[in-house]
Design a protein around this ligand. Structure first.
Ligand code: ATP
Ligand code: MG
Length: 264
C-alpha cells in the first residue's frame, strides 16, 4: 500500500504570515513515482517536509492509506536538499545509525555490510565509509545521503533535489539506479516516491506523475499522469514526438506562471 491523499493542504510557517502552500490537492497511488517541479522558493521542500511529518499543515490534510499523517516516521525516508548527514559521524556511521533505528534486529556486521554495499551501489569506494562528511565533495555527500535512504528501504521515499550537485554522467547513473531501486524494491514492494527537481527532462525521465507548483502562494498549476506504456526512456526521450510535446507543454505551463508573477 502507501497511497497518499493530499486534501486542501495549506501551510504557513509559524513565524511568518505569508501563506506558502495554498489548498494543494492530489491523489497519489501506492508505487507511483511523483516528480514535483516549480520555481525556486515556491514551496517544494516545504511540501516534502509536510509529507515527512516534520511540519504540520495549517489547513487540510495528508492521509496515507486513509490514516491522517501525524509526525515523522521511519516508514518515510527523506533525502534532504542539504544532504542531512551528521557532521560528527563518518559517512558509513551515518548509514549505520539510520539502519539501527529502522532494523533494530540487524547485527552490527550486517549493518556495516549493507552500508558498504549501498555505498558501492551509488559509486563510492569503500574508503568513504570511514570519512567524515566535511572531507567529502558535495556530490559524494549527496550519494551518501542517497545510499542511506535506500539502505533503510522505506516504503515512501522523499527526495529533495537529490542530484543537484552531481555532474551529468554521475547524475544519469544515479537516475538509473533510483529507477532500478524503485522498481525492484529490493526488500519491499515498489516504493511511493516524491522527487523534487528543477529539471523538466529529469522529471519526464523519472516520473509517472508530475506535479507543477506555481508561486505565491503555491498551488498545483499543472498535473500530468503518464501511463506505464508511455513512460519516457533515456534512449528516445529527445526524439519521441509524444514526449517532446509533453515537455513543451510542461515548459509552457511553467513559463506562463512565471510571466504572470513578473513585476508583482
Ligand atoms: N523555516 C522557515 N521559516 C519561514 N519561512 C520559510 C522557512 N523555510 C522556508 N521558508 C520560506 O518558504 C518559501 C518556500 O521555501 P522552500 O524551501 O519550500 O522552497 P523550494 O521550492 O524548496 O525552493 P528551492 O527550489 O530554492 O529549494 C520561501 O519563501 C522560503 O523563504
Ligand atoms: Mg527546496
Amino acid at each position: 500500500m502507501n497511497g497518499v491523499e493530499i486534501d486542501s493542504l495549506s501551510f504557513c510557517y509559524r513565524d511568518s504570515k505569508q501563506e506558502i502552500l495554498h489548498e494543494i490537492g492530489t491523489s497519489v497511488e501506492a508505487g507511483e513515482f511523483v516528480c514535483i517541479l516549480g520555481q525556486s522558493g515556491c514551496g517544494k521542500s516545504t511540501l516534502l517536509r509536510l509529507l515527512a511529518g516534520l511540519e504540520k499543515p495549517t489547513g487540510g490534510s495528508i492521509r496515507i492509506d486513509g490514516e491522517e499523517l501525524r509526525g515523522a516516521s521511519l516508514s518515510r525516508g527523506m533525502v534532504f536538499q542539504d544532504y542531512g548527514l551528521f557532521p560528527w559521524m563518518s559517512a558509513g556511521e551515518n548509514i549505520v545509525l539510520a539502519l539501527r533505528q529502522r532494523f533494530p534486529e540487524m547485527t552490527k556486521a550486517e549493518k556495516k555490510a549493507l552500508a558498504l554495499s549501498m555505498l558501492e551501489k551509488v559509486g563510492l569506494q569503500r574508503e568513504i565509509y570511514s570519512k567524515l562528511p566535511k572531507s567529502l565533495s558535495g556530490g559524494m555527500k549527496q550519494r551518501c545521503a542517497i545510499a542511506q535512504a535506500f539502505a533503510i528501504d522505506p516504503p515512501i521515499l522523499l527526495m529533495d533535489e537529490p542530484f543537484g550537485a552531481l555532474d551529468a554522467v554521475t547524475r544519469a547513473r544515479l537516475q538509473d539506479l533510483v529507477l532500478e531501486l524503485w522498481e525492484s524494491g529490493e526488500r519491499s514492494r515498489k516504493k511511493t516516491v516524491f522527487f523534487v527537481t528543477h529539471d523538466v527532462d529529469e522529471a519526464i525521465l523519472l516520473a509517472d506523475h508530475i506535479i507543477v507548483l506555481g508561486q505565491r502562494p503555491s498551488r498545483i498549476i499543472y498535473e500530468l499522469r503518464i501511463p506505464e506504456e508511455k513512460r519516457a526512456k533515456r534512449e528516445t526521450q529527445f526524439v519521441d514526438p509524444e514526449i517532446i510535446s509533453m515537455r513543451n507543454e510542461l515548459i509552457r505551463q511553467i513559463n506562463q506562471d512565471v510571466e504572470q508573477h513578473i513585476g508583482e
